[in-house]
Design a protein around this ligand. Structure first.
Ligand code: SF4
Length: 512
């Protein structure tokens, strides 16, 4: 019953997932979402089919009666009054991970038959595909063998496995490293306005209430950074990378930025820091004065993020600047002395299309930044665009179809290497349209260490500011996460309580 459709339509209210005889709910959902993007399934873990449910996927594991020493995996998909059924048999003593894998393969093949869709990443749904390649290489396999194994297991396309392998080979010499080497992240959660696709905890300073929080936030943040300075010295930690992100760090004044960077200078031995990034972010916040402060205070790398160089798209997503302002900010940064500049782009923004994205790539390449990060659009519920999607017939909110976004990524994977950029980090996020990926491309020796290590989860990261997380990695690979408060208001008002959490961080660092 081939539908000749690439995806099943999103039907949030009445698409059920029914589970019988197993509890692989998470894995089954992840595979189903590859074919039914953006959906919130109704989960029926008691195995019953709801009477009012129009469409469903039922997965079942049960013991076979004949022969007795096997298990039967069953799949039923009921969609638009049509039914698809498949079964397979596995040995009764199959391990849990084998059962989970075989059930996912059964579901994947069923959905593929139903839709005719071949997902580029196949059945691989995790956020770190490159880790899988590195793990195969660590077993002593050749790159070719690693690719063959992963493709056979997860049905990954040639195109995606090639880019995952290329990324792994760039990362290999950078990993692993000493447990006492750490990254230090500092959050400035303010932006000039909120972009419609944004799901970060960032406050638009276009409102008086948010603006009023900034001075107190900066004071507390400096206090926290200095407290971390003492911890760093006490445990003899070596800070390899500093990353000031957000939000948009340049949304605050040059003086406030200077105060924060002074606190970093007082707390971290910058002589030993290999990389110090300030994510300047939006062009409408970048001034000569701020760039000078960032440069003078020791940052070696900045990010100027257009997301797109199409004015109509910038307007559609609520970024109050033009492509020309991005170019001007970039040239100003070069003039100030920055020799390592990253630019972020997003494939799949509303009102964009393949021709617009190609034009964006050409314009960005003409500036020759040192690295370019290409994200596939992610739509989370906290983004305005997620809800605006229901506004009908509006070009402003029309997101390109998934094949078009795939084509945009294909274009960047072709044009960037042709211009000497190599993929150096790659990750996927939940709710990314089409289960697609984000890729950082860099010119040789301009790879961003912080990005690689945070994705690899093998380096301790200390985080200051609201929304920041502390991730402490023990020598045996165990990870402890300690989160800061999410919102600036809580961060400022419950700061003392937050400082008590530092005791937890200290306990974990003592084990290093
Ligand atoms: S500039 Fe970045 S952090 Fe700020 S609202 Fe836009 S996407 Fe979100």
């Amino acid at each position: 019953m081939m539908q000749n459709k690439k995806y099943l339509r999103r039907q949030n209210s009445d698409f059920a997932l029914i589970f019988r005889g197993h509890n692989f709910s998470y894995e089954v959902q992840a595979v189903a979402k590859v074919f039914i993007p953006g959906i919130r399934f109704r989960l029926c873990e008691d195995g019953s089919i709801p009477e009012d449910c129009k469409d469903y996927i039922l997965t079942e594991i049960r013991n076979s009666e004949n022969p007795e020493n096997s298990k039967i995996l069953n799949l039923t998909i009921f969609y638009h009054n049509q039914e698809l059924r498949h079964s397979r048999e596995v040995p009764e003593n199959s391990e849990r991970d084998v059962l989970e894998y075989e059930l996912c393969v059964l579901l994947y093949s069923g959905l593929q038959e139903l839709t005719g869709y071949q997902p580029p990443w196949g059945m691989l749904t995790g956020i770190r595909p490159v880790r899988k390649v590195l793990q195969e290489l660590e077993k002593g396999l050749t790159p070719e063998q690693a690719c063959v194994n992963l493709q056979a297991k997860y049905f990954i396309s040639d195109e995606k496995i090639r880019i995952a392998l290329a990324t792994a080979l760039v990362q290999q010499p950078i990993l692993p490293h000493d447990a006492k080497q750490i990254g230090f992240y500092i959050a400035i959660p303010f932006c000039p306005t909120r972009c419609s696709y944004c799901s970060f905890v960032s406050h638009s300073i276009s409102t008086e209430n948010a603006r009023k929080l900034i001075p107190a936030y900066v004071r507390k943040l400096c206090e926290e950074i200095r407290m971390f300075g003492k911890i760093i010295r006490k445990f003899d930690l070596s800070v390899q990378s500093v990353y000031i992100g957000g939000g948009t760090p340049t949304a605050i004044s040059a003086q406030q930025l200077g105060e924060i960077m002074q606190a970093v200078q007082d707390s971290v031995d910058l002589q030993n820091v290999r990389e110090y990034t300030v994510e300047a972010g939006r062009a409408d916040t970048i001034t000569k004065e701020k760039l000078q402060v960032i440069y003078d205070m020791g940052a070696s790398r900045i990010s100027i993020n257009p997301q797109t160089m199409q004015d109509a798209v910038l307007q559609a997503v609520g970024r109050c600047h033009t492509a020309q302002q991005v170019t001007d900010a970039f040239l100003l940064a070069r003039e100030t002395g920055f020799t390592d500049i990253n630019m972020d782009l997003i494939a799949g923004l509303p009102a964009d299309d393949c021709a617009g994205f190609a034009d964006t790539l050409r314009k960005v390449l003409a500036l020759s930044p040192d690295s370019i990060t290409v994200h596939a659009l992610t739509l989370k519920r906290s983004a305005d665009l997620y809800h605006a999607g229901d506004v009908k017939n509006s070009e402003k909110f029309k997101i390109p179809e998934i094949p078009e976004i795939e084509q945009m990524l294909r274009l960047s994977a072709k044009m960037l290497p042709e211009n000497s950029y190599r993929p150096y980090y790659l990750y996927r996020q939940k709710n990314t349209i089409g289960n697609l990926e984000n890729i950082g491309y860099a010119k040789p020796c301009k790879e961003n260490l912080y990005n690689i290590l945070i994705m690899d989860e093998t380096q301790t990261i200390l985080g200051a500011g609201c929304g920041a997380s502390n991730k402490i990695i023990q020598r045996d690979g165990d990870i402890t996460r300690i989160m800061n408060y999410k919102f600036p208001y809580e961060y400022i008002h419950d700061f003392e309580k937050l400082m008590q959490k530092k005791a937890g961080i200290i306990r974990e660092l003592e084990k290093l």
